[in-house]
Design a protein around this ligand. Structure first.
Ligand code: ZN
Length: 414
């Protein structure tokens, strides 16, 4: 104000404007200055692990104070640390195994939380874990000390946390309840892009990450279906977030889906194998390769540090059993139609309809299939998965199969 003010009137005008601005800001502050999701993100940097086979310290710098939750997981022994949503600036070199820590994963776990998972090379106990204020610089730091311990001590700590520790995104198991279909309800499709957030899924030969491919493909499939104008379409996720497998199933049931399609792109160690596969659920796998794919895909929760509570899926109810069987025959019908359509446009593996115990396909009342679009371990498949033109062809075939399935369902009066 000092030098900018000329005549008194100008000066007063400016002072008036300034006063008005301050006044407006004062009022606006509660609205505009409320920490938005982005402004609020905790920043983590200078991650460091040091120690030996007996005692290891983990240190990570934070730009602000934060609340922290932690718990242990077994097989393998892990320490899980939950923070508010955090943006991590961690150099890959700093993630190398050191001391007791053999592996570090981190990423978003829900809308407002991030998670770090430290795999430890054996049983351990947590000697201390906290966020403390830096003495000689600004900011805070997370410090965790872990000590190698007898298995019994680790088990004791696990038992203790079972009493009152924070549960990670507990999977809900809603009761089975078949609602009569509302007349005129549009055919509803739930698209489930596999993996996400902390769980990247498979990684391609030239670095393609499965969670990104499944999201791109799922979004394109949604857009194509919406364009038809006849369907209601939902996605289990439409951004880079982690979802437990049971949560995906829950979303399908909650949205009253007529069809659930889970999208994946796995890798395989056998050279030369390429092409798409359509899976349906079964307790007994069609073949060893299908069983291996299912157990890899079922690892998602485990990789993300979600405690798998053995939900009671065996509801002893004859009605549920009937519903399940009917749903299963619909799933198989759709899978066959899908194979028929896809094989017109894209490469498929031998015997492209296979089955195995996929946890994400276990909704008792929603016909469900899982599509492995191709193998990221195969350079040709990987290149195609990255090609929007190839994806458009595959999307088109899936749309055709859905259209046939939906029409049959309407004719059957379902
Ligand atoms: Zn997958």
């Amino acid at each position: 104000m000092r030098r900018l003010c000329g005549p008194l009137s100008d000066c007063l005008k400016r002072a008036g404007l300034l006063f008005l601005a301050v006044l407006l800001l004062g009022f606006a502050a509660p609205l505009t200055m409320r920490p938005s999701a982005h402004a609020d993100i905790l920043k983590a940097h200078d991650f460091l692990v040091a120690g030996d086979a007996v005692r290891t310290r983990i240190v990570m710098q934070l730009d602000d104070d934060a609340s922290l939750n932690w718990f242990l997981l077994r097989s393998p022994h892990r320490l899980v640390v939950d923070l508010p949503q955090t943006s991590f600036a961690i150099a890959p070199a700093d993630l190398k195994p050191r001391g007791l820590v053999t592996n570090v994963r981190y990423g978003k776990i829900s809308d407002d939380h991030s998670r770090m998972i430290f795999a430890v090379n054996g049983p351990f106990t947590v000697d201390g874990i906290s966020i403390v204020k830096n003495e000689s610089s600004s900011g805070y730091r997370l410090v965790a000390d872990i000590v190698a311990s007898p298995e019994a001590d680790f088990e004791a700590a696990l038992a203790k946390q079972a009493g009152g520790a924070p549960k990670a995104a507990a999977a809900t198991d809603e009761p089975v309840d078949m609602k009569p279909e509302a007349p005129g309800k549009p055919f509803t499709v739930v698209i489930d892009p596999g993996h996400g957030g902390i769980d990247g899924g498979a990684e391609g030969v030239s670095g393609t990450i499965e969670k990104n491919v499944t999201l791109a493909f799922g979004t394109e499939l949604r857009d194509a279906l919406e364009k038809v104008g006849k369907y209601k379409v939902f996605m289990t996720r439409d951004d880079d977030r982690f979802l437990p497998l049971d949560e995906r199933v829950r979303i399908a049931r909650q949205d009253d889906a007529d069809l659930f399609i889970s999208i994946h792109a796995d890798t395989i160690s056998v050279k030369g194998i390429r092409g798409a596969t359509v899976y349906t659920v079964s307790d007994k796998a069609s073949d060893a390769a299908a069983a291996a794919v299912a157990s890899r895909e079922n690892l998602s929760d485990d990789l993300a540090g979600v405690e798998i509570t053995e939900a009671n899926h065996d509801v002893a109810d004859i009605l549920v059993d009937l519903i399940r069987r009917e749903t299963h025959s619909f799933s198989i019908r759709f899978a066959r139609s899908l194979v028929g359509q896809l094989s017109n446009t894209i490469e498929m593996i031998n015997h492209p309809h296979r089955f195995a115990g996929f946890r994400v396909l276990r909704a008792p009342d929603v016909p469900s299939v899982l599509i492995e679009l191709g193998y990221l371990s195969n350079p040709k498949d990987e290149a195609e998965l990255r090609d929007p033109k190839w994806r458009a062809k595959a999307v088109d075939s899936i749309c055709k199969a859905i259209s046939l399935f939906a029409a049959a369902k309407v004719r059957a009066g379902g």
